[in-house]
Design a protein. Structure first.
Length: 324
């Protein structure tokens, strides 16, 4: 099987094990992001993700002592007008300047009471080849030995919308320099099966090269696609879906529908938001446990919802990959 528990170690000491579902925060679509973080700080006990861009512009104000592990994102999402797949597009976003020097300045100043993962620089107007992306990631935050390092892989050219996995795999042995390898959901393929197939292809290439590190899928955190990517060999999943929607009985629905189903039609919108965030966080924790139970049993019935669909989808992805 492609799915496996993998360890995140900092200087030889394990700080987390996968699979990990990571609640994320961003100013893009959430201008009051710092207030949202404050509201959720008593809720979140595990991992979380914030953006280096938001730290630079004072949108979020560290330090944060509530998570067990912090991912410090690349800033590319906030620096672009592009949307992740769950984005409703209901707020116009006007990105500000974001340079590699700004990113490095945030990393140099970053001090955290909990372990941190630094994610390599990204900007939609600064596309470079895979060899340069790897070198740029390898040399970020020079001299720091107190952090984990993640390489976020992006299309090589501004004109490309998808990651060319076969071209990437020519550099697979150099990926051993990192603790985690990241891809975005929308760039790893243009259908669910295609994304599953490409994640499986990347996982198999890493395994063949003797590299047993987690794969992080950015922008994927929901009730259906997350388990599918997990079964394909990915390990870490983050996104803003948990803030935008509600997780309910195996599906991801509009928050106002959740409010009507669970809270009553007279419930105020801000109360629906708060209840959804709490519900979603506990739902993610339970889904993470289901994924871990699957690893122990290899039994698809470990998933409370959609177990048959998950099984047949994995079979379809493996068939597309060429497995018999």
């Amino acid at each position: 099987m492609l799915a496996k528990r993998r360890s995140l170690k900092l200087n030889g000491v394990e700080v987390e094990r996968t699979p990990l579902l990571v609640p994320s925060f961003s100013s893009k679509g959430f201008p009051d992001v710092h207030k949202i973080i404050e509201s959720c700080s008593e809720l979140i006990e595990g991992v979380t993700l914030v953006s280096a861009y938001d730290i630079h512009y004072g949108k979020v104000r560290p330090p944060f002592d509530f998570p067990s592990l912090i991912f410090l994102d690349s800033g590319g999402y906030e620096a672009s007008k592009d949307a992740e797949l769950s984005d409703l597009g209901d707020r116009e976003h006007y990105p500000k300047d974001w340079t590699q020097e700004m990113h490095e300045s945030v990393l140099a100043k970053w001090q955290s009471p909990v372990p941190s993962v630094l994610i390599s620089y990204d900007h939609p107007k600064a596309r470079v080849g895979f060899a340069e992306q790897i070198e740029r990631g390898r040399t970020m935050a020079p001299g720091r030995t107190d952090v984990l390092r993640e390489l976020l892989l992006k299309p090589e050219k501004e004109s490309q919308t998808l990651l060319h996995v076969d071209d990437l795999l020519r550099h697979v042995h150099r990926l051993a320099d990192f603790d985690i390898i990241g891809v975005t959901e929308k760039e790893i393929g243009n259908s669910l099966v295609d994304r599953m197939k490409n994640i499986a292809k990347l996982r198999r290439a890493l395994t063949a090269a003797g590299i047993d590190i987690p794969i992080h899928v950015f922008g994927s955190l929901d009730t259906i696609s997350t388990p599918m990517y997990f079964l394909s060999g990915a390990d870490i999943f983050d996104g803003l879906t948990w803030l935008r929607f509600a997780f309910h009985e195996g599906v991801t629905i509009y928050k106002h529908n959740f409010g009507a189903l669970r809270l009553g039609v007279t419930t105020k919108a801000h109360m629906v938001d708060a209840r959804c965030w709490h519900q979603n966080y506990y739902y993610m924790n339970e889904l993470q446990l289901e994924m871990r139970r699957f690893l122990a049993s290899q039994d698809f019935s470990s998933f409370k919802y959609h177990s048959d669909m998950f099984k047949t989808s994995l079979e379809s992805a493996l068939e597309a990959l060429g497995d018999q």
